[in-house]
Ligand binder design. Structure first.
Ligand code: UDP
Length: 472
């Protein structure tokens, strides 16, 4: 029997990066595409339970290999973006070994990498393997990334102090400098310099697959295609690629699904800050009391508070102490019947696609955003770090599918404000309008992935042209 064509994918540490690449792997491996996929996983320590669960659930046409854990004493003290990039740099020799063996034993034709693993594109080229990037961000964020080398030359001073909001070609709305992606917030930092140097490597890619779809960001995607005509890599909007409720997390260890089964339709607010977002102790307290005060039903994935940045748990995605111990005294007992608190991790896609769920208070990570769109669930936008502020602006001001609570002058969102925005989403005309708009997006998302939908067509065309030219 003829050997299948082979694709390797390279995520970087962090569940928010692994999950979308594995979902992309499933698209490659499905019946239409019929590739075999090897997921090459760089590691810092031993894999988390959440990681082990998603890897165990993969189909047989996707295998995985762990690279040896990198050993660097200062790694844990670095910014998560730095940690991810440094892990890749230190893993390049072992990546080379794995690619060498795959090239010798399979029909390996492409390496698809996470953008934080951009240095691996050079290794792919060494072996004559087509280098691709998979961007699990919006087209709006991708457009900012691709314009960055030019903006760095032309913009004076800090982006956060720009007198006018930035508007790049195709963007539906201008965005304030302080809401742009996190690495741009301090141009003097080492993180900004590394980030910029990595963006300059994007030109090594043959193409960038971006997890979005035409009906969601049409003008920005079209502007990106024009930019690609000017010698940037080709752009493939192939989304929304998401974990679906039916395909993941079958065991209801947290009890969320059986709890939801007993709640009225559309009545529950799901509260979660992604795979590693954390709040300060004071903010955690306000959120607990705000949820209680709202009187609405909820499921809340609680993580221990941070005493530093909100992304401190991002790479490990584990709370080191019992998160429930930080909740206000008597809270868990008082909310019995109204809410469920789950430590650290819950089966998010299954919760979002459950009929009892009616709203999602989210940190606006792009995977969470797409998962809400495919489930038609309106949002409360509570961005924390990375590109989440840009996503929040798109969701509230352009797409108008999210409400946003206001912080006080100290940056704290108070319990009364939280209760108000929850009631607005779950039980007011404003919330109903956001829900209706989300339902329109849900239908558009389904269309993009079926029949001759924009993303489906593009994926199949890419496979055909690529197989003809590369795999022979
Ligand atoms: N996730 C989950 N359970 C949780 C928290 C997160 O399944 O308790 C999944 C979520 O469904 C999404 C991913 O982790 O697929 C988080 O990605 P996102 O881009 O939203 O945020 P990030 O974790 O990168 O900040």
């Amino acid at each position: 029997m003829e050997q299948k064509s082979h694709i390797a994918i390279l995520p970087c540490p962090g569940m928010g990066h692994l999950i979308p690449l594995l979902e992309l792997a499933k698209v490659f491996a499905d019946l239409h595409h019929n590739f075999h996929v090897t997921c090459i996983i760089p590691t810092i320590g031993s894999p988390s339970k959440a990681m082990a669960t998603v890897l165990e659930a993969l189909p047989t046409s996707i295998d995985h290999v762990f690279l040896p854990p990198v050993n660097s004493e200062d790694l844990h003290t670095l910014h998560p973006g730095f940690q991810m990039s440094r892990t890749i740099t230190l893993s390049l020799p072992s990546l080379r070994d794995v690619l060498k063996s795959l090239v010798a034993t399979t029909r390996l034709a492409a390496l698809v990498v996470d953008p934080f693993a951009i240095e691996a594109l050079e290794v792919a080229k060494e072996f004559g393997v087509s280098p691709y990037i998979f961007e699990a961000v919006s087209a709006t964020v991708l457009s900012l990334l691709l314009h960055m080398p030019k903006l760095d030359e032309t913009v004076q001073g800090e982006f956060r102090e720009l007198p006018e909001p930035l508007k790049l070609p195709g963007w539906p709305i201008p965005i304030q400098g302080r809401d742009l992606i996190e690495p741009l917030q301090d141009r003097k930092s080492e993180w900004y310099k590394l980030f910029l140097s990595h963006l300059k490597l994007f030109r090594l890619a043959e193409g960038i697959m971006v997890n979005t779809f035409m009906d969601l960001e049409e003008r920005t995607i079209k502007a990106l295609e024009v930019l690609a005509g000017d010698a940037s890599p080709l752009i493939f909007p192939i989304g929304p690629i998401t974990q679906t409720g039916s395909s993941t997390n079958h065991v209801d260890e947290s009890g969320c699904i059986s709890w939801l089964d007993n709640q009225p339709s559309g009545s529950v607010l799901f509260v979660s800050f992604g795979s590693g977002g954390t709040l300060s102790f004071d903010q955690l307290t306000e959120l607990a009391l705000g949820l209680e005060l709202s009187g609405q039903r909820f499921i809340w994935v609680v993580r221990s508070p941070n005493d530093g940045p909100a992304n401190a748990a991002y790479v490990s995605n584990q709370s080191h102490q019992d998160p429930l111990a930080f909740l206000p005294k008597g809270f868990v007992e008082r909310i019995e019947g109204q809410g469920l608190v789950v430590p650290s991790w819950a089966p998010q896609p299954r919760i979002l696609s459950h009929g009892s769920t009616g709203g999602f208070l989210t940190h606006c990570g792009w995977n969470s955003t797409l998962e809400s769109i495919v489930s038609g669930i309106p949002l409360i936008a509570w961005p924390l770090f990375a590109e989440q502020r840009m996503n929040a602006v798109l969701l509230t001001e352009d797409l108008k599918v999210a409400l946003r609570p206001k912080a006080n002058e100290k940056g704290l969102i108070e319990r009364e404000e939280i209760a108000k925005v929850i009631k607005d989403l779950m039980a007011s005309e404003e919330g109903k309008k956001a829900q209706n708009r989300m339902k329109v997006l849900k239908i558009a998302a389904e269309k993009a992935l079926t029949g001759d939908g924009s993303s489906k067509e593009l994926c199949l065309n890419w496979r055909q042209s690529w197989l003809l030219t590369k795999a022979g």
